[in-house]
Design a protein around this ligand. Structure first.
Ligand code: C2O
Ligand code: CU
Length: 483
């Protein structure tokens, strides 16, 4: 998708840090989802839909085992559902797509309009007027999670308008490591957008009110990519850094764009990145990487040592998969020498590797565009379009399963509640970036990816879906009943 306004010059806007989320006097974090104006492209006004009226939403910084309650208040013109991606969350609070918070002006009309859709029986809808309190027990290791909209059929356009934020979980294991912290820890939410002539977001919705026909027009079925790269909501920003180690908490929050991140120039010595962690927490040991490949929703926790560069160096974070301006992400300017007492220890955390011998069940999930169906060809899992309340599998709580994932295209496969380790790709060893506990894995065209997955904590209805958000909205999703 190409913007209709002149693109800003890269590396002229400073990198923003999202505002911290803070609990209210009652201990509950309240996020009002509302429209707000933002100057994303200098000189232009963009209406965003944001948690707390901000894009990205407020940054949570919370602790393992300290339950968090988040009250979502919907002041948008559409229903919403919020999912904490990577959270080990009871099903009730997980943000199931038909569990909607309906804003006051739509209460009453929305159910009538949507209860009648052919594929949906009205019993799957849980419509809560105006507000809903999510309970997040956070009984899980330190990791960077994220929260975003998950409304049935409309996740892609609603996330695109700004409904996404980062959620850091800390624990004692991480505290004990001498890693860079404070100003030297940078959460980076990377996504892409296109803009209309007037500065508003450009997105090819069939019905831009997001109350009628869902989905996108024409060729956008593959997934929507914009030509402007945003980091924490700013176009191609620049960050001034000390000549020291930084910890980058990178999230690919794009609807569909894939990242293959490199440093340009690469450091004079050593690998560009030292990876500490993956989607769901620390690796057992740090690993050197020259590139960080992330599909939609994947996260990487990496160290970059700017101390290896001469002061004055401008280091561009580039995406080798982007063309033209979309090949640049942001720039770091090494501004000054500075003391650095951080270190990367040789051992990070206890991550016991799962083995195929532990698997009690094997399943196969095929991600493919197939048809013809009622709507012609569409994105499906095992030949089935998403039908709420018809589970494709019922994994048992506390057991390990071996899943084989196959595909016809790039599909970042994501599972709610479950955590997995990648066992292999096409019968060979996984890539370095596949290491650790994951909740999303990039399944590439005609690839066969095997993962060992575990469901722990809660029984109930969860989801398996493609995290290319346009694919997700076009039915590439399935129920998992954890029993
Ligand atoms: Cu990031 Cu089902 O979600
Ligand atoms: Cu997909």
């Amino acid at each position: 998708l190409t913007s209709g306004l002149p693109l800003p010059k890269p590396f002229t806007v400073p990198l923003p840090r999202p505002a911290p989320a803070r609990p209210g006097a009652d201990g509950v974090y309240e996020l009002v989802q509302r429209p707000a104006d933002m100057e994303i492209i200098p000189g232009f006004r963009t209406e965003i839909w944001g948690y707390g009226g901000t894009f990205p939403g407020p940054l949570f910084d919370v602790r393992t085992g300290s339950p968090v309650r988040v009250r979502m208040v919907n002041r948008l013109p559409v229903p919403t559902s919020t999912h904490l991606h990577g959270g080990a969350t009871p099903a009730d609070s997980d943000g199931y797509p038909t569990h909607l918070v309906v804003p006051a002006p739509l209460t009453g009309t929305f159910h009538a309009a949507h209860g009648g859709q052919a594929a949906h029986t009205s019993s799957v809808w849980r419509l809560t007027p105006e507000r809903f309190v999510h309970e997040y027990p956070l009984d899980q290791p330190a990791a960077m999670l994220w929260y975003h909209d998950h409304r049935m059929d409309f996740t892609a356009p609603q996330v695109y308008r700004g409904l996404a934020g980062m959620f850091l979980v800390r624990d004692g294991v991480e505290d004990a490591l001498p890693l860079p912290r404070g100003e030297r820890e940078l959460p980076l939410l990377i996504c892409d957008r296109a803009f209309e002539e007037d500065g508003s977001f450009r997105y090819p919705s069939r019905d831009p009110s997001l109350l009628g026909e869902p989905g996108v027009t024409g060729t956008h079925h593959q997934g929507v990519e914009g030509d402007v790269i945003l980091v924490n909501g700013a176009p191609w920003p620049e960050a001034e850094v000390d000549a020291a180690r930084y910890r980058l908490r990178i999230l690919n929050a794009a609807n569909a764009r894939r990242l293959d991140l490199r440093l340009d120039p690469p450091p004079p010595s050593g690998a560009a990145f030292t990876q500490l962690g993956s989607d769901l927490g620390l690796l057992a040991r740090p690993q050197p990487l020259d590139r960080v490949e992330l599909a939609s929703a994947e996260r990487a926790d990496v160290i970059v040592d700017f101390g290896t560069y001469p002061v004055g160096t401008e280091v561009v974070l580039r995406n080798a998969l982007g063309t033209g301006a979309a090949g640049d992400v942001m720039r770091f300017r090494v501004a000054r020498r500075a003391a650095d007492d951080s270190a990367v220890p040789a051992i990070l955390a206890d991550v016991p590797p799962l083995t195929a011998a532990q698997a009690v069940t094997s399943r196969r999930f095929d991600f493919r565009r197939s048809g013809p169906g009622a709507h012609g060809k569409q994105w499906m899992i095992n030949g089935q379009p998403f039908t709420p309340s018809t589970p494709l599998a019922s994994p048992r709580l506390g057991t390990t399963e071996l899943w084989t994932l196959t595909s016809d295209f790039h599909h970042p496969v994501h599972v709610h509640l479950g955590r997995f380790q990648v066992l292999g790709r096409n019968g060979r060893a996984p890539r370095a970036i596949d290491a650790g506990w994951k909740d999303t894995v990039d399944v590439r065209p005609y690839e066969v990816v095997q993962v060992l997955v575990r469901f722990e904590g809660y029984r109930g209805r969860y989801l398996l879906h493609c995290h290319n958000l346009e694919h997700e909205d076009m039915a590439m999703m399935a129920d998992l009943d954890v029993v």
